[in-house]
Design a protein around this ligand. Sequence first.
Ligand SMILES: [Zn+2]
Length: 278
Amino acid sequence: MISKKTIQKEIQFSGVGIHSGKNVDLLLKPSSSGEIIFRRTDLDNLELALDPKKIKTKNSTYIVSEGCKIQTLEHLLAVLYMSGIDSLIIEINGDEIPAMDGSASPFAQAILNAGVRSLPDSKKSIKITKSFSLDEKDASFSFSPGSDFKITYSIEYDHPAIQKQELTLSLNLENFIKEIAPARTFGFLKDVPALRAQGLAGGGSLDNAVVLDDKSVINKPLRYPDEFVRHKILDLVGDLSLMGSPLIGHFKAQRAGHGLHLKAIHFLLDNPEFWTYI
Ligand SMILES: [Zn+2]
């Protein structure tokens, strides 16, 4: 039996939102409620429970309810999921989780330092029992039974610094912290004007993203030769955490993104004959 978990003590972060460009303060507080609750301290402490039905995607994964949103949840959620934390209050005084250095390492290190505490309540895992594949244009997402939490991600970009990258990992907290959490968000310089016109990437900079011009990475060095596909795995872990339980199965994504990840999550939640609680 696995216990529900929270953090040992409060953890504070400050930083700029990669899309909003606004400075925000974030405070993680221990909780024994068994749920992850967001609290907008700038909106009379309006609370939003983490619920896949309230999640939308647009260059990031965000929660929206009662006209209020909090965007770019995925890196923090990935760390919470891999740390087994499912009971937490997340106080924030703005509409976006700070980008930090573009990776999940600052969140992972802070949680490691604060420590994690087990709660009396236990939780179930979700075990995939039947395979399925969702296809969308050039992208696909599939899941199949397995004995651990395994991800295969492959990407292909017509860019000399990326090209084709594929990585398969059976993830645990240890290898997540070493192999996945440090991988940073990436973006292309040529896309910046169009993104900014849509109100996106307003806080993106060489300090919180790997930026590529037409030929190469502007802000070298990379943290891994295949940092790009590792970051896609990080995003997928964050999105899969929306299932609300530890997962056992093999999840494969090919040229996917937040939109297709979320489609797969909705498919799984709507079709419980593909999995079982254990
Ligand atoms: Zn990301």
